[in-house]
Design a protein. Structure first.
Length: 422
């Protein structure tokens, strides 16, 4: 079977004094385009005071771009910023080519990678919101110009692209589905709370190695690829630390520079899993040249989701790729910092120790003799707590352990451990 020919796209950006490198941002955009299944054949950066409201690039540069596209037989352009309907329409008419932006590429990747029903619904909702904005701001805009390839996946039928009423009707249906999923997610959270197993949320910039770390800790087989957004749907796995502590790890969708607002909004219920976690595990690609900017993107996104006040462990991953030691790298947002290689296992013992220590600080220490008649309580301590020592005495089982803080102190009727504390 012949391979489908890759789209050849030209990437464009405006350098107007941003606090990041437009060239590096285009390098990331090239990876996004590659992940979406196309090929970046050229990168164009124009230095301007601000992007042109009409054509993003200046008129002279647009004319140059037109000749280049024709000479190279390129299939389209991709802007590094989100284009307005007017910019997209004008560029399409002048260049007579497919016009995309960073948002449409990311939405396309999400449409390809969503596996669960929830993920597919959230992606479709984000795509329809994006298209509705384009249609609302551009009468007669020809989205059908794009044809196949990037931007055509998901709800790509002509009627959905041109009829705003159909789009809004479909969005209303999806909102009801998302509300129902949020109810189911809340039930699942309550069940986890009832089980009182601690939850660790894994967050990080896309391609930082979160899935590899999750697989190493929990002995799972979550998809690992050296691509942006290789995994999209949230994954929860159980794990056991070397000290016997059982816990749940939840892997969230990777964050990215200029993450489209439509996606943050659509994936809010998924991303906010981190808000219900006991500990945040922030995974960082320590070999990434843009490490500081990527870390800040994660913290900005967490702030947008109103997630704060939780113990955070920053894991500088991929330490095996470093040519020089980076032992001085710190993170003022984190309580603990660990350097590991999830691929080789380097530093994992230290990570387990830090996790164990952090969880202990969230728990209550008990030292009590439990009568043999209360065997169920002993079983719960084994299941939900961290045993320090256990001895069988005449009066019962003498247990020293750390038990979940959620069970202490509080309503005596529901607090099974209230009579065990010192």
């Amino acid at each position: 079977m012949a391979h489908e020919k890759k789209e050849r796209l030209v990437l464009i950006a405006v350098d107007y004094g941003q606090d990041y490198s437009p060239k590096r941002s285009l390098d990331e955009l090239a990876l996004l385009v590659e992940t979406a299944g196309a090929q970046a054949i050229e990168k164009v950066v124009q230095k301007m005071d601000s992007p042109s409201p009409a054509t993003y690039l200046g008129s002279g540069k647009v004319e140059e771009l037109k000749w280049f596209l024709e000479g190279e037989e390129a299939d389209g352009i991709v802007a590094d910023d989100e284009l307005s309907p007017a910019q997209m329409r004008n560029l399409g008419e002048i260049l007579d080519t497919k016009v995309l932006d960073r948002t449409s590429v990311i939405l396309d990747i999400f449409a390809q990678h969503a596996r669960s029903n929830e993920g597919k619904i959230q992606v479709e909702m984000a795509q329809l919101e994006y298209r509705n904005i384009l249609l609302s701001g551009s009468s007669g805009m020809r989205l059908s110009r794009q044809g196949g390839g990037i931007g055509s996946r998901g709800p790509g039928e002509t009627q959905l692209e041109t009829d705003r009423r159909v789009i809004r009707s479909r969005m209303a249906t999806l909102r009801r589905s998302i509300k129902e999923m949020e109810k189911n997610r809340e039930i699942a959270r309550k069940m986890r709370t009832r089980n009182v197993l601690p939850v660790v949320a894994i967050v990080g910039y896309t391609n930082a190695g979160k899935s590899t770390l999750l697989n190493h800790i929990t002995d799972s087989s979550v998809l690992e690829e050296n691509k942006l957004f290789a995994t999209l749907d949230p994954t929860t796995r159980s794990g056991i630390l070397p000290d016997g502590q059982k816990l749940l790890f939840t892997d969230t969708v990777g964050f990215i520079h200029k993450l489209p607002h439509h996606l943050v909004k659509a994936f809010h219920s998924t991303l906010e899993e981190a808000a219900y976690a006991d500990v945040i595990l922030h995974v960082v690609d320590s070999a990434d040249p843009e490490i500081d900017m990527h870390m800040q993107v994660v913290y900005d996104t967490l702030e947008e989701l109103k997630i704060s006040g939780k113990p955070m462990i920053t894991v500088f991953n991929k330490s095996d790729l470093l040519q020089t030691a980076t032992g001085g790298k710190r993170d003022p947002h984190a309580q603990e910092v660990v350097r590991v290689s999830a691929l080789t296992g380097q530093g994992m013992e230290e990570l387990y120790a830090v996790l164990s220590k952090t969880l202990k600080e969230l728990r209550v220490y008990i030292d009590r003799v439990i009568p043999y008649a209360q065997g169920t309580l002993v079983s719960r301590i084994h299941e939900q707590g961290q045993i320090v020592s256990e001895e069988y005495e005449e009066a019962g089982v003498h247990i020293k352990a750390y038990v979940p803080a959620a069970l202490a102190p509080g309503d005596e009727k529901r607090d099974a451990f209230s009579d065990l504390r010192r």
